[in-house]
Design a protein around this ligand. Structure first.
Ligand SMILES: [Zn+2]
Length: 559
């Protein structure tokens, strides 16, 4: 009865086992035995104890006592670092067998070179370990730092090359600090790099050495590479203090310029010069800032650096704006935008448009400002957005060619969205649009000329969006000397009195009617209610009129 529809399942047959004869079993056993790894004493230990302990013992047994001690110290330090680490980022070496094997091999090679009194090669082995672990993620940077310091210590004993090897190790360490700890104070790197530079002045020490004949290495010298890193540190420092102390920032930028010249890097030189100009602009030293930016512009022009040209034009426009030359400023920004569009630099185009918008806003042309800012917004936000809102934002405007130009630009370029910039443009656009409304509002007030009623209607429209086409009684009580209304305050008073009289007459008529009715009490109550209603109506009107009058007077003064 339980499951009428279901058939009983077919019983499964047992699987047939492969036929096992005595010889086949023998073969299987032998194969398994031969396949087993041969374990020596070390192998057995490695199966029983953690790898780091085994490696420390193995190193000692093989005669690498210093490596063994060093590894033990490393593990000890690592355990402490892991314990202090609250965010769980530090790599626990005990869990990383691949790292342990790699470190052990490197340390052995270094100790071998040490035993041969080959200090330079020993130093290079340690430096290679450092450079390797510098690229293995944040959790292992502590290890890289230890190897860097070890390599510097070893290189300090090797002075036959005049200090080149020591300089190289220190250079790599300083660069490691700058690259891997970008937010940290660059002072330590600065001190190290200055030492290296001092020792390398006038020397043609190569930074890299070929490992064999066929190895090709970059031709950088220690002096040039150090100068470049110093340029970087100096500019970072300058930018950090520019707001508080632009004078000091300018001096640091000048030093950075000299270092860039040492390194014979024109692009970096121009970068430092631009920074000098920004500091001068911050100190309101406009004529010098102008000269400085022009100097940077010449360099970018000579090397045809488009991004640099855009940037210096932007700074030059800022100087021109401060000098009050809005026309030149607008021209520079337009050139910047055109250049950026030509070369598909979306960010630069967006900035040019944004700055043009701000400039127009400052020159009290909010209608132009709003348009440029909306274009800047679209430019920052990118093609996908632009495609949807193109019709809404730009399509209605006459700038069809601009739309086509933007279209081309977005299609060819990456789809990165500059969120912060686009947000700024959007905000400015809103402000500009608001300014535009205010302008049209004041224009209307101006249009109203002498007609007080028209002005009042405009004010009411602005304040409470009241339609000016709606007739209101309160407007009849406004004194207005225009030819259409032509009523003096006295006329208004007369009108008010007339209204009052007619109201009184109505009331009197009402009370005559009351007398005809018998239920006097109720009628009196009713009349009381009516009159108080009328009074409050009057009072309300009076208050409203006074408020509007106040606004009117306030706005006529501000005009
Ligand atoms: Zn009027």
């Amino acid at each position: 009865m339980t499951s009428e529809g279901a058939f009983p399942k077919r019983r499964q047959l047992p699987k047939l086992m492969a036929c096992m004869t005595k010889t086949s079993l023998e073969n299987l056993r032998n194969k398994a035995l031969f396949g087993l790894n041969v374990l020596d004493a070390k192998g057995i230990r490695r199966r029983k104890f953690p790898l780091h302990e085994c490696i420390i013992l193995e190193l000692k047994e093989a005669g690498y006592t210093e490596s063994s001690d060093y590894l033990q110290d490393l593990i000890y330090d690592n355990i402490q670092l892991v314990e202090e680490d609250d965010i769980g980022i530090v790599v626990d070496l005990r869990t990383r067998n691949d790292y342990l094997e790699h470190i052990s091999a490197g340390l052995q090679r270094a100790e071998k070179e040490r035993d041969r009194d080959n200090t330079k090669k020993e130093c290079l082995e340690l430096l290679n370990l450092a450079l390797h672990y510098a690229e293995q993620g944040k959790g292992i940077l502590w290890l890289a730092e230890k190897f860097f310091l070890a390599s510097i210590a070893v290189s300090s004993q090797y002075l036959i090359d005049g200090g080149r090897q020591k300089g190289c190790c220190k250079y790599h360490y300083a660069k490691f600090l700058l690259d891997k700890f970008p937010g940290a104070d660059p002072e330590e790197s600065f001190v190290i790099l200055t030492e290296v530079r001092d020792s390398a002045i006038g020397k043609t020490w190569p930074l890299y050495e070929p490992k064999d004949e066929h190895d090709v290495v970059p031709p950088d010298t220690v002096f040039q590479a150090t100068a470049l890193q110093l340029h970087r540190v100096l500019l970072t420092k300058a930018r950090a203090i520019r707001k508080e102390d632009p004078g000091k920032a300018e001096r640091l930028s000048r030093l950075a310029e000299r270092r860039a010249r040492d390194a014979e890097e024109t692009g970096k030189t121009a970068e430092a010069i631009t920074e000098i100009g920004i500091c001068q602009l911050a100190m309101n030293n406009l004529s010098n800032a102008l000269k400085t930016f022009e100097r940077a512009f010449q360099i970018h022009n000579a090397t045809n650096n488009i991004e640099g040209l855009c940037e210096t034009r932007m700074h030059l426009a800022a100087v021109m704006q401060r000098l009050g030359d809005h026309e030149s400023s607008a021209n520079l920004l337009t050139e910047m935008g055109a250049l950026a569009m030509e070369h598909g630099l979306r960010r630069q185009l967006g900035r040019a448009l944004h700055l043009l918008g701000e400039l127009h806003l400052r020159r009290e042309k909010p209608e132009l400002g709003t348009q440029h800012l909306s274009e800047a917004f679209v430019c920052f936000i990118g093609y996908e957005f632009q495609k949807q809102s193109q019709i809404k934002l730009l399509g209605t405007k006459e700038n069809k060619s601009v739309v086509d130009g933007l279209d081309m630009l977005y299609k060819t370029k990456d789809k990165e969205i500059y969120l912060e910039e686009s947000e700024q443009s959007r905000l400015m656009m809103a402000i500009s649009a608001g300014q535009e409304l205010m302008a049209s509002y004041f224009n209307l007030l101006r249009e109203a000329k002498h007609c007080t009623v028209a002005k009042m209607k405009t004010i009411e429209w602005k304040l409470s969006h009241a339609g000016w086409w709606i007739k209101k009684k309160s407007h009849d009580l406004l004194p207005c000397l225009c030819p259409i209304h032509n009523r003096t305050p006295l006329d208004v008073l007369r009108i008010q009195l007339e209204i009052k009289e007619s109201l009184d007459r109505m009331r009197a008529e009402c009370s005559e009617g009351d007398a005809l009715l018998e239920r006097t009490d109720t009628i009196q109550d009713l009349r009381h209610i009516t009159s108080s209603f009328n009074q409050s109506l009057h009072l309300g009107k009076y208050i409203k009129n006074s408020i509007l009058l106040f606004y009117f007077i306030y706005y006529s003064y501000s005009l």
